[in-house]
Design a protein around this ligand. Structure first.
Ligand code: ASP
Length: 439
């Protein structure tokens, strides 16, 4: 199919008429931008509402038999205003009426929540003079909620070959029973990825309100450098630690077939943003570290027992205690006589004392030390593995900043060094590492 670009615009990029105009300028600037996926209108300013949230609110009203007209009017007005201001030759009112008429006590949340994208897609298609393709007719789910790739591939590719340019609403598809089914929140990113894969796009452009990823959190580091290129794996390590721009599941459909994702900013279209791809070779002058991120509120349970490593099943016993208490684990760095279990505080609730007691009973360790209020910092870079002296540089930077390191863990890919420090030192640690590697 040639040089197709699939472009997806997130909620803030399609929040009002002015944003629609920016989208049009972007789409028209490149004739390869043939398939456009849109979210529902997002926030226009910080205390505005997202249409999807309002639709969920509508559903809650109906469930408790509270009149929903007022909320629905706010939703309707968002669309009416866009059409009015853009002077689009489309009467959106009958579509709004149709949605409203289907809102009864038994209306499915999936149907209702998906209308945010559906209505926006209709308007965008008209505005761009593109075909409108309803996502329910081209994206199919299996019973277990995964994508039915065979069916989607067959029907979607046929549709695309019939429609040279089209707008597709994000966030939903069709269930095995023929009804609308939505993805999890933020799922329009997945719709874009599916489209890109089936269209065999050269690139999947994901237009949002930030110019790609930064090497660190701008609330912590002054004016951090942008990340021009990042691998999918690095991105996973970094987004696990902090704010993520892209829905996690949007990565797999395109990664498998080698289509890069380009994160771009609708409000700053000249900024090249960040390219996510696996095809990155180390070049002279490349940064060794790709990004630094951190997260607070972990607990480390450090267990010490002499000759632990020669005792069969020791770690299994510890893990079984956590399993019985339904707790997931973040990291398990271990030494010859020690093992540390790192757990998010949100997992622990009030279970810490019980767990310690059970580990004591089952494993009979020499000591157990618990460090609460721990933060984890991830220093991520695929190039770290080829570069000697990284760990020394990292620990020196933290040492010089007077930060006490409680735990170190390096994933087996050697792409990520995790350090455990006290919560109160998180910001200082991130700045110290950034300055050591980037400045
Ligand atoms: N509108 C949906 C949400 O707010 C989906 C999306 O924007 O990707 O979650």
């Amino acid at each position: 199919m040639g040089n197709i670009k699939v472009v997806k615009f997130g909620g803030t990029s399609v929040a009002d008429a002015n944003q629609f105009r920016k989208v049009k300028a972007i789409v028209e600037a490149d004739k390869n931008r043939r398939y456009v996926v849109v979210s529902a209108p997002g926030k226009r300013h910080s205390d505005d509402n997202k249409v999807t949230d309002l639709l969920y609110l509508c559903h809650a009203h109906i469930k408790y038999s509270v009149p929903f007209d007022q909320v629905f009017d706010i939703i309707s007005e968002r669309y009416l205003e866009i059409v009015r201001e853009l002077k689009i030759d489309l009467d959106i009112q009958p579509y709004l009426d149709e949605v409203k008429s289907r809102i009864t006590k038994n209306v499915s949340i999936d149907y209702l929540a998906s209308r945010g994208e559906y209505l926006n897609g209709l308007i965008m298609a008209k505005f761009l003079n593109y075909e409108f393709i309803d996502a329910k007719e081209i994206i199919f789910f299996n019973n277990n909620g995964s994508i039915d790739w065979d069916r989607t591939q067959e029907i979607l590719s046929k549709k695309l070959s019939e429609n040279h340019r089209a707008v597709i609403p994000g966030f939903y598809g069709c269930n095995t029973d023929g009804k609308v089914k939505i993805f999890s929140r933020g799922g329009s990113d997945i719709t874009g990825a599916i489209l890109a894969r089936v269209a065999k796009a050269q690139i999947y452009e994901n237009w949002t309100d930030v110019s790609g990823f930064l090497m660190s959190d701008p609330r912590i580091v002054d004016d951090p450098k942008p990340i021009e290129r990042i691998t999918y794996s690095e991105l996973r390590e970094l987004s696990y630690m902090g704010a993520s721009v892209l829905h996690e599941e949007a990565i797999f459909p395109v990664r498998e077939v080698g289509i890069p994702i380009n994160i771009r900013n609708t409000n700053e279209p000249d900024n090249p943003g960040t390219i996510i791809t696996d095809d990155i070779r180390l070049k002279e002058g490349d940064n060794i570290v790709t990004g630094i991120a951190g997260k607070k509120d972990f607990t480390v349970i450090a267990i010490h027992k002499n000759h632990m490593n020669s005792e069969v099943g020791f770690i299994r016993k510890i893990l079984s205690v956590l399993e019985m208490n339904n707790i997931t684990i973040e990291h398990i760095p271990s030494g010859i006589d020690t093992v540390s279990i790192v757990i998010a505080n949100s997992q622990l609730e009030n279970k810490l004392n019980i767990i310690i007691e059970e580990i004591n009973n089952k494993c009979n360790p020499d000591t157990i030390n618990v460090h609460t209020n721990m933060a984890l910092v991830a220093t991520v870079g695929k190039n770290m593995v080829y570069t000697p002296g990284i760990a020394a540089k990292l620990f020196t930077a933290l040492g010089e900043a007077g930060i006490n390191i409680r735990m170190i863990d390096q994933g087996s890919s050697e792409m990520n060094i995790i350090t455990g420090i006290e919560d109160k030192d998180l910001e200082k640690a991130i700045r110290a590492i950034y300055n050591a590697f980037v400045m």
